[in-house]
Design a protein around this ligand. Structure first.
Ligand SMILES: Nc1ncnc2c1ncn2[C@@H]1O[C@H](COP(=O)(O)OP(=O)(O)O)[C@@H](O)[C@H]1O
Ligand SMILES: [Mg+2]
Length: 229
């Protein structure tokens, strides 16, 4: 994992490269305005186990490590939540509770971590058909509220796989940018192609090649490229 002290140098460098274009999209750069909702970043993949949660956590850590930006990491893979375990946090209410109970405030369920500027919104109390709630009107309103309330905050969504649930595709259309994690040497080209077709309407889709065994990663652009857009 990327840690605040940057102990894992190779991983820290890889995620530094991965986050750069995402931050430029979110906040704009010289002569290029920011993307609409660019601070909402969805991390997804074609199928399970490709490294969505791993990449979402490392991306969040990488961003808070070096910049003034605050990061909110949302566990939106509500059928298979793992962010709390990965960070060693105790859970309770979270995203699902916020969607279902509009009287609940975001501040009531956010977890402030001991990493400065990093907060976590857990998936919340697990219930049947939880994933369907991601495509609900209440989720849409929640996203709008998040964008307006925290315009200077990067919000990273660890999300369900695209080929497994329809809701992931719906969620993608509400994001400023999408990162599709692809497991090297494992996920077939046709699965990746199918997943990308599902989110064709999204303006900015980035591919992240994960678990690559290339030994010379440091000198390469680490399989990071843009698709479409
Ligand atoms: N770049 C990586 N290097 C080493 N292990 C990884 C990497 N990416 C993912 N993993 C491991 O692969 C497994 C699946 O990753 P995970 O992030 O849980 O996938 P997903 O969230 O997409 O289901 C985990 O055990 C994780 O630690
Ligand atoms: Mg996961």
């Amino acid at each position: 994992m990327v840690t605040p002290d940057g102990a894992n140098r190779q991983l820290t460098e890889e995620f530094r490269r991965i986050k750069r274009p995402l931050l430029e999209n979110a906040f704009g750069k010289k002569n290029v305005p920011p993307l609409r909702n660019g601070n909402l970043v969805m991390v997804t993949s074609a199928v399970a186990g490709e490294g969505k949660s791993f990449c979402a956590v490392n991306l969040a850590m990488s961003i808070v490590r070096e910049l003034d930006n605050t990061v909110l990491l949302v566990d939106a893979d509500v059928a298979k939540p793992s962010i709390l375990d990965l960070l060693g946090l105790e859970g309770g209410r979270g995203l699902l509770d916020l969607i279902l109970d509009e009287s609940l405030e975001m501040a009531d369920v956010l977890i402030k971590t001991d990493v400065e500027k990093l907060s976590v919104l857990p998936a919340g109390n697990v219930r049947a058909n939880a994933t369907e709630l991601l495509a609900s009107g209440a989720m849409h309103r929640l996203l709008q509220d998040m964008t307006q309330r925290y315009p200077d905050r990067i919000i990273i969504f660890d999300s369900p796989p695209l080929l497994i649930t329809n809701e992931s595709r719906v969620l993608a259309t509400q994001m400023g940018q999408v990162v599709v994690v692809v497991e090297a040497g494992h996920t077939t080209q046709s699965a990746v192609g199918e997943a990308l077709e599902l989110i064709e309407s999204c303006d900015v889709v980035n591919l992240l090649l994960n678990k690559s065994h290339s030994l010379d990663l440091a000198s390469q652009p680490y399989g990071y490229g843009s698709y479409g857009g």
